[in-house]
Design a protein around this ligand. Sequence first.
Ligand SMILES: [Zn+2]
Length: 271
Amino acid sequence: MMDDTEFIIRRGYGGEPIDIQQVLGKVKEVAERNGWKRDSVRLVNQGATKEVELLAYHRVSKPSLHRVYLSTGIHGDEPAGPVAILQLLKDNVWPSGVDIFLCPCLNLTGFPLNRRENARGIDLNRDYRDLKSEETRHHVEWLKRKPRFDVTLCLHEDWESKGFYIYELNPDDQPSFAKKIISRVAEISAIDRSSTIDGWPAENGVINPSKDPFDRPQWPEALYLITNKTRLSYTLETPSSLPLETRITAHVKGVRAVLDSISEHPILRMD
Ligand SMILES: [Zn+2]
């Protein structure tokens, strides 16, 4: 299904690292050809003298009934997310009336090293409270300039899990997309139906972490989002034990499950 997969995957060692610049080059080409507005996060240094661009896009919709935020590539050893974004852009099937804010790779320096953290050894997805890294600081500044989102989706991978699972943060008990995501992804991937995943109680592949975010010292991106930008957040985790192509398709299906049913969702405008 992925005509470009062969050239963007450097096969041979470890977990099939991708050439992130090549993937993002394609993302840029396809997004801009299809009318997405580039709205990147600008990093002032990262040790370099020139500005570094964390690519971001906005699909502007008129009328704008819903807003979806989609991000990935925050862990440099999790290649399926950025390639899934490229696949979604190529498929170019988007619901009408939905504004989409897209960050296809939040950790540019981690991917060349094929490691979770950025080049300075900071796990960006634990840094959304302290904001020690350039990436999270500028990303948060960027997020502050955006409107609130109806739903946020963060695409990740898990090197230890037996199957696909999601985290759902839904403090107001809104209608949930969780079952739709799981049943769609189950078409292609095993689902981790353990009663405990990653130390959290889980049911049918869904974790609902209940703890107050302010009790947690280190915030992942999703906790920043649920505290400041949305009231409904999903983190999708594909199992890295499956082939990369399957994990990419799993993410595509998970995102599609939300986009395809969002028009049935109550419109929540909180700004
Ligand atoms: Zn991750």
